[in-house]
Design a protein around this ligand. Sequence first.
Ligand SMILES: [Zn+2]
Length: 121
Amino acid sequence: MMKQKEISEKEKDDIRTLMKFVGVFCRENHNGEKAPFAFRLLDIKEIEKKEGPLCPDCTRLLTYGLTMRLKCPQNPKPMCKKCETQCYHGEYKAKIREVMKFSGMYLIKHGRVEMLYHYLR
Ligand SMILES: [Zn+2]
């Protein structure tokens, strides 16, 4: 059995934020078939219990985002914008920008500003 990687509180925060942003984006923009999100590198339910199901595209994006977050070589992690590593490429980069912009606006409109502090920190 492989031992599961210890996840720091900061990593958990980032994971929650990422899930929240992709979750809002998918709920507001995508219809069609959705499935509950599952992630093979860690037990997501221990971190976030109340996220809704995602479409296949958003599942792919979130899986990518979480994988990159857990692999992040920088410690402490800088804001992604200012980071030299730039782990989002091509379609993922365009997509995550769209998600952050949309969900950021959505959360402001709905008074969920504390989520933004997490993201911008
Ligand atoms: Zn979606």
